[in-house]
Design a binder for this molecule. Structure first.
Ligand code: FAD
Length: 404
């Protein structure tokens, strides 16, 4: 059995949440070891879209110019209702978040973030599949398999950043049951005609409660995918792959793809959106990103949450090391900060998601958004998480928007 020198923080998972936490911790002078079962650069099944909030954190990491160079910038998004009507919304002009979206393949994005963490001083063990975490009073021991050998790594604190895979969290008893999931699948196309240069979300040509997307990666290439939500008490009718197959038969999508070439296979993966009920810590351990169920329940976007929660976990741990206070109160503080920051938006989006079941409601929502600029802007801000739903969306505001 191999053994590695004691670390301040061991981070399991080097995706956006884990690598961002590693970056901020290493910048603060802590000894950080990232473990990932993959070898980077690695693919991650995703729509590859970055919201303004994600770009805000990536700016702090100094990565936005690189991402612009390697990806595609968009300032507008279009939503297609089930009846084919559409509304286009601009990214809101705000002081606190950039007013644009970007798209870049995860193969590139995740590697850029990881390299930032490594250049800040974090270390990485790749091909390291974590199988167990022993949580003791004075630290954590992480046990994994690498190159056919079992290795134990010791740290004062741990961060679990494993994404939507729930095996480890269940084995550790942190996650008690499988939450309702979204299933999503995507593929890439090149030589596409008539790409709009906008992010496009479709409820047209899709079985509800599902959605399709076309996210341009250049003038002629795009990530095209579809997702379908699990609904309590209903068995899922179709796989995400089948929903995507149906989506690309929609006449306007078919036309766009008439001379295009699919590049690479269709890949599917689950998405966790259960933050409102999910655990966020255990003894000497914080959970970040999708491991804490942190994904927008309405859009399936989770990179922004991964980056923000990775940063928040790092800030919490920096305080804990400075005060040499690793008590449960500190772990609860982290949970409270996450809830203050994300809870109302997640719950708002969960409620709206229930409307996805009803075509007439989505048709009406799109119609109102076409006509009422204020409603469209507010709705965009809330869905993107730029403003807190509980502050922005009271009954008086809604009535004012709808009837003035
Ligand atoms: C089809 C699809 C489309 C999506 N589209 C978008 C989008 O357009 N925009 C957006 O913002 N979000 C999107 N998401 C969600 C987004 O991909 C995730 O929310 C985001 O990747 C979460 O980041 P993370 O760092 O928490 O986890 P991940 O990015 O999943 O990283 C987890 C890392 O942990 C490693 N790991 C897991 N288990 C172990 C283990 N036992 N031992 C060692 N390493 C381990 C993995 O190898 C991986 O590198 C999409 C998801 C899917 C499935």
């Amino acid at each position: 059995m191999n053994s590695v020198q004691q670390q301040d923080v061991i981070i399991i998972g080097a995706g956006p949440s884990g690598a961002t936490a590693a970056y901020f911790l290493a910048q603060a002078g802590l000894q950080v070891l990232l473990l990932d079962k993959a070898t980077f650069p690695r693919e991650k099944t995703c729509g590859d879209g970055l919201t303004p909030r994600a770009i805000g954190v990536l700016e702090e990491l100094g990565l936005v110019d690189d991402i612009r160079r390697e990806g595609c910038q968009m300032d507008e998004a279009t939503v297609f209702a089930p009846n084919g009507s559409k509304v286009t919304t601009q990214m809101p002009e705000r002081d606190d978040v950039p007013s644009m979206m970007l798209a870049i393949p995860r193969l590139k994005l995740d590697n850029l973030i990881l390299q930032k963490a490594l250049s800040a001083g974090a270390h990485l063990l790749e091909g390291f599949n974590v199988q167990d975490v022993e949580m003791q009073e004075n630290g954590v021991t992480v046990i994994g398999r690498q190159n056919g050998r079992t290795t134990r790594v010791h740290g004062r604190m741990g961060i679990i950043a494993v994404g939507a895979g729930m095996g480890l969290l269940k084995r550790l008893g942190i996650l008690k049951e499988t939450p309702l999931l979204t299933l999503a699948a995507r593929t890439y196309y090149e030589d596409i005609q008539d790409l709009s240069g906008r992010f496009e979300f479709y409820f047209e040509g899709i079985p509800l409660p599902g959605y399709g997307w076309i996210f341009p990666l250049s003038e002629t290439t795009a990530n095209i995918g579809a997702g379908i939500f699990e609904v309590r008490g209903r068995s899922r009718q179709q796989s995400a792959q089948a929903v995507l197959e149906q989506f690309i038969q929609l006449p306007k999508v078919k036309h766009m793809l008439a001379h295009a070439k699919q590049v690479g296979p269709v890949r599917g993966f689950p998405i966790r959106t259960d933050f409102a009920r999910a655990p966020t810590y255990a003894q000497n351990v914080l959970l970040v990103g999708e491991a804490a169920g942190l994904v927008n329940p309405l859009t399936g976007e989770g990179i922004d949450y991964a980056l923000e929660s990775g940063k928040m976990a790092a800030e919490q741990m920096i305080q804990m090391f400075a005060a040499a206070d690793f008590s449960v109160n500190q772990l609860q503080n982290y949970d409270k900060k996450l809830r203050d920051h994300f809870h109302s938006q997640v719950v708002f989006c969960e409620r709206i998601r229930d409307w996805y079941l009803h075509k007439p409601i989505i048709n009406r929502l799109v119609r109102v958004a076409q006509r009422r600029d204020q409603f469209r802007e507010l709705f965009t801000d809330i869905v993107l998480g730029n403003v807190a739903a509980k502050e922005a969306m009271n009954v008086k505001t809604v009535l004012q928007i709808l009837f003035t």
